[in-house]
Design a protein around this ligand. Structure first.
Ligand SMILES: Nc1nc2c(ncn2[C@@H]2O[C@H](COP(=O)(O)OP(=O)(O)OP(=O)(O)O)[C@@H](O)[C@H]2O)c(=O)[nH]1
Ligand SMILES: [Mg+2]
Length: 305
């Protein structure tokens, strides 16, 4: 009997939502970095196990928006929570902030409120347990969140080393109901190939650059086509413009004598080559589009709404 479930994965930025979705699906469908607000849109990742299809909906980290892009990202979280069978509410066992059970971050409280209002069955997933010295540290965390929401289950796990991840996936399997499958069995994501490639490039920028610079970046893929080399080998030709918000950022991205841009290009090219299994020629340019994160038209142009 064919079954399926739609599962929203929500939580504050940087808790490991995308890392979990990638591990559950078994393929990299969403980019990951140590910078908050890595994920900008809702992204589907598909897992097929026997006759059951689980569609994970990875969402941007929940936060108070500071610009139009942020507002769109929060709309994506709302849309991600629409018509799902269950939600994974993800928190981290060891946070960069001091954990105070009586003062949970407002973003998390608001998100739990939203889940409650929509009457979505939710699982509390406590990620990053590999960082815990003592598992007993989990108790006050679980207790603090359970005060606000009646979770169907609580699963501590590590998206990094996989401990407990299967327990979480198995819990989610129980939400599957008899239904047609919405994706072909060999499909892993709803994103287009062009979007995946643009995201691979953005991931390298997020991982290489610091502070404000990577947050103001968007990628516009200009060329994306396959051809043959003179030796008759297939090659994928990709050219992309890296948009940033300031002239000073442009200089940082390019680096001394173009060294940083070259490094980013090499890292991205290797990733794209691995993904497609053929040679890739990647050309990158850097341009400035001031304040684009506050311009709906530009945001739309980048496919971020
Ligand atoms: N130690 C450890 N680090 C983890 C684990 N899971 C994720 N990380 C790291 O946490 C950081 C954020 O991971 P992401 O998967 O991008 O987090 P996210 O929740 O999708 O973040 P946003 O898209 O910004 O909301 C990355 O540096 C990951 O490598 C884990 O289980 N243990
Ligand atoms: Mg993410």
């Amino acid at each position: 009997m064919k079954k399926s479930a739609f599962i929203a994965v929500v939580g504050r930025a940087n808790v490991g939502k995308s890392s979990f979705v990638n591990r559950a699906v078994g393929e990299k469908v969403a980019i990951v970095s140590d910078k908050p607000q890595t994920t900008r849109t809702k992204i589907m990742g598909v897992l097929n196990r026997e006759e059951t299809q689980i569609v994970f909906i990875d969402t941007p980290g929940f936060h108070k928006p500071h610009n139009t892009l942020g507002e769109n990202m929060m709309k994506a979280v709302g849309a991600g929570l629409s018509d799902v069978d269950a939600a994974v509410f993800m928190v981290e066992a060891v946070t960069r902030f001091k954990f105070d059970p009586d003062n949970l971050p407002p973003a998390e409280l608001k998100l739990m409120e939203e889940i409650k209002k929509r009457k979505i069955p939710a699982i509390l997933a406590v990620n990053k347990i590999d960082l815990l010295e003592d598992k007993a540290e989990l108790l006050p965390i679980i207790e603090a969140y359970s005060r606000f929401l009646d979770f169907e289950a609580v699963v501590p796990f590590s998206a990094k080393n996989g401990d407990g991840a299967d327990i979480l996936v198995n819990e989610l399997m129980s939400f599957a109901k008899e239904s047609v499958h919405y994706f072909d069995d060999d499909t892993v994501t709803d994103q287009s190939e062009r979007t995946m490639v643009a995201e691979m490039i953005r991931e390298k920028l997020l991982r290489t650059l610091d502070n404000e610079v990577p947050h103001g970046i968007a990628i516009d893929l200009e060329q994306f086509f396959e051809s043959d080399t003179r030796e008759g080998e297939p090659i994928l030709n990709v050219s992309a413009v890296i948009y940033c918000e300031r002239e000073s950022h442009k200089g940082i991205i390019i680096g001394k004598k173009g060294a940083l841009l070259k490094k980013i290009g090499t890292l991205a090219r290797k990733d794209i080559e691995e993904f497609y299994g053929i040679r890739v020629s990647l050309k990158l340019w850097v341009k400035v589009k001031e304040n684009w994160r506050s311009m709906q038209g530009a945001i739309h142009g980048f496919g971020l709404d």
